[in-house]
Design a protein around this ligand. Structure first.
Ligand SMILES: *[C@@H]1O[C@H](CO)[C@@H](O)[C@H](O)[C@H]1NC(C)=O
Ligand SMILES: *[C@@H]1O[C@H](CO)[C@@H](O)[C@H](O)[C@H]1NC(C)=O
Length: 653
């Protein structure tokens, strides 16, 4: 009686064994390990007896290395390669990754040689011997749970004798995959009568195959993408190659909106998130994120803010979505979440039934106090908003054409146009006599710069049409269209300009001046409007750079104009009033090239061969202005091309 009582006690057990040991010499605990050893798996073989630290002569073998959820495999505890027999054992399957919890369930043994244990409050998840008789092999059936995906390792303690035992004898890893991709359950039922050592092949230590198997078994996440679920992930185009760094899927069944999320292998993701966005831009998006923490995957709802960029759970109802399934396998986070069709977050209604949303996938390696950290692994909004219930193939929004459009337009309208106008307005009396390709210097430059403007504008305009594929009517589009039309007509007008002495020539001069300047002003307005466009993802402080450009441009015009006035004033001192007036007209509007040649032919106005005064000053100012223009253009192009630039700087350490 006292022996029975003692046996139930942790420390008592070893005392009993000292006594009982005499009638079961060299044997293990006669009735298997007590449940107090669930964690340590140390047999209570007398105080102070340590497990052997030699390589275990026993091994744990599984009938398969890939198993579907809810399927059964056979596990053998065996001393076959060494021919040793053993008396006791204890075995359990554990998650190979944190939190290393005990996984699955053992089936009842047919011959009564196995006793099942309930560890960590779960039934039959560990097994031990039911008697300590010598055996060379024990076969067990183990069933994987339906809600786990990942690698498990069977971990056993095997006792050869009372003093010789090995703890932590591992099996090779077994991959538990979703059932639809698992090979048919290989060894559910061990043959009756169990295992026959004589027919067994010589023991060959199985090579570690799990990762290869995982690599060749296609990721089940991609199954049914575009068939029964809409999948979306990044980098763009990864769906085709099934190589997404992060991906999401939406399945809609009636009023059930189910989102699946998965982080990429080897990305070290601390979270993976999917957001619903009205504008493909960060800010005012309702997101769900799956975050492994404290040994399990948690799911949260968050809301993003646009400026400053941020995401927080504060004030976001957490009861509008439910986590249905989750796992972390080899660092790959997977979760399945069901979400209410209608949610009100921060005054904004997200109605999945009636509204269209961009999907936004993001993942990152860091977490913050009340939300997730910066999406440094990546993020991608879908190119178009979708009705979630319509299964489709979804591409990411490609910013390439938008960025090129922006960059080209900036070169054209901040860069070449500004300079081209300066040449035409203030340099007709500079480099006089020196010609390029038979044209005056100023004209050669003006034409070269403006042809560049024209070409870039036409190309940029075509690019944005290719991207949008439809007309849009916001402010940027309207002023932009007028600019493009004016720009397009300018060289055509110039082609048909009347001769230098034609009566209609002044009309052309005025028209050309007006068209050019109007286009330039409208283009700057259009660029200001672009800052407000969600798709462009430009920072609001870009306005200040544009204002800076306008100020510099106006200042330069002022200085040049003052030079011109002083010039006129001085020239006016020696010339008659009539000549002066004529000259002003000529300076501002005239086509000096032709006028000049005409004058030369008539042997008049020899003074025009000379540069107007202050040529050096004008050239100096022009150089300075050119450098400043280049800086403006480079800065603005960087903002456009790296948009959203705040995130670019956040992501670079
Ligand atoms: C646990 O195993 C015992 C046999 O050892 C069996 O009777 C029982 O039904 C099992 N429990 C579950 C939940 O499978
Ligand atoms: C097996 O279990 C022992 C005891 O709990 C533990 O120390 C060891 O790390 C485990 N090994 C594996 C591969 O899980």
């Amino acid at each position: 009686m006292s022996a029975l009582w003692l046996r139930t006690r942790v420390l008592g057990a070893l005392v009993v064994l000292h006594i009982v040991g005499s009638w079961t010499p060299g044997m293990s605990l006669p009735q298997g390990a007590p449940e107090t050893v669930c964690d340590t798996m140390l047999p209570f073989h007398g105080g102070g007896i340590l497990p052997a630290n030699s390589v275990s002569p026993f091994s744990i073998e599984t009938s398969t290395s890939v198993i579907g959820q809810g399927q059964t495999l056979r596990v053998d505890v065996t001393g076959v390669p060494t021919g040793l027999s053993f008396g006791g054992f204890m075995i359990q399957a554990r998650n190979r990754n944190p939190p290393y919890q005990i996984i699955g369930q053992f089936g009842p043994s047919r011959d009564g040689t196995v006793k099942l244990m309930n560890c960590e409050n779960s039934v039959n998840n560990s097994a031990t011997h039911s008697n300590a008789g010598a055996k060379s092999q024990v076969s067990l059936e183990w069933e994987s749970p339906v809600d786990f995906m990942g690698q498990v390792v069977f971990n056993a303690t095997v006792a050869q004798s009372y003093t010789d035992f090995w703890v932590g004898v591992p099996s090779n890893p077994v991959q538990v995959v979703r059932r639809d991709v698992a090979p048919p359950s290989v060894a559910s039922a061990p043959t009756s009568g169990g295992y026959n050592p004589t027919t067994r092949q010589p023991y060959v230590p199985p090579s570690y195959v799990a990762p290869n198997v995982v690599a060749t078994v296609a990721d089940p996440f991609y199954n049914n993408c575009g068939v029964s679920k809409t999948c979306f992930g990044f980098p763009n185009g990864c769906m085709a190659t099934k190589s997404c760094t992060s991906l999401s899927a939406v399945t809609v069944r009636g009023d059930i909106y189910e989102f699946e999320l998965q982080s990429g292998k080897g990305t070290n993701a601390a979270y993976v998130a999917v957001g619903l966005s009205e504008d493909a831009k960060m800010g005012d998006d309702f997101t769900i994120e799956c975050v492994p923490e404290n040994g399990r995957v948690s799911m949260y709802s968050s809301y993003t803010s646009g400026s400053p960029y941020g995401v927080s759970r504060a004030g976001v109802p957490q009861n509008t979505a439910r986590l249905v399934e989750a796992s972390v396998v080899d660092g790959v986070i997977y979760c399945k979440v069901q979400r209410d069709p209608v949610t009100v977050v921060q005054g904004r209604t997200f109605d999945l039934r009636n509204n269209m949303y961009h999907l936004l996938v993001a993942s990152g390696t860091g977490l913050k106090e009340n939300g997730v950290g910066y999406h440094d692994i990546g993020r991608l909004p879908s190119g178009s908003p979708i009705n979630l219930a319509v299964v489709q193939e979804l591409g990411g929004s490609s910013m390439l054409l938008v960025r090129l459009h922006g960059a080209f337009m900036i070169v054209a309208w901040i860069g070449t146009t500004s300079l081209g106008i300066i040449f035409a307005r203030y340099f007709k009396q500079t480099w006089v006599g020196s010609q390029t390709c038979g044209k005056d210097q100023w004209f050669a430059w003006h034409r070269m710069l403006m042809v560049t403007t024209w070409s870039l504008t036409v190309v940029a305009y075509i690019l944005i049409w290719v991207e949008l594929k439809r007309a849009v009517w916001h402010a940027h589009a309207v002023t932009g269209l007028i600019t493009v039309i004016l720009c397009f007509l300018q060289p055509i007008g110039a082609l048909f300009r009347p001769g230098p002495n034609d009566k209609k020539r002044p009309y052309f001069n005025w028209g050309h001046w007006l068209g050019g300047n109007l286009a330039h002003i409208l283009s700057i307005v259009t660029i200001f409007f672009s800052v407000k466009l969600p798709k462009a993802e430009l920072p609001e402080w870009m306005d200040w750079i544009l204002v800076g450009f306008v100020v510099v441009h106006v200042l330069v015009h002022l200085i040049f104009s003052i030079c011109l006035c002083i010039n006129h004033w001085q020239v006016g001192g020696i010339a008659s009033d009539r000549q002066q007036t004529q000259r002003i007209n000529t300076f501002q509007m005239g086509d000096i090239s032709h006028h000049h040649q005409h004058a030369m032919r008539n042997g008049m106005s020899m003074e025009r061969k000379m540069d107007a005064p202050y040529g050096a000053l004008r050239k100096g100012l022009l150089s300075v202005y050119s450098v400043i223009l280049v800086l403006f253009v480079v800065a603005l192009i960087l903002i456009v091309v790296l948009a959203p630039i705040e995130e670019f700087f956040k992501s670079s350490p």
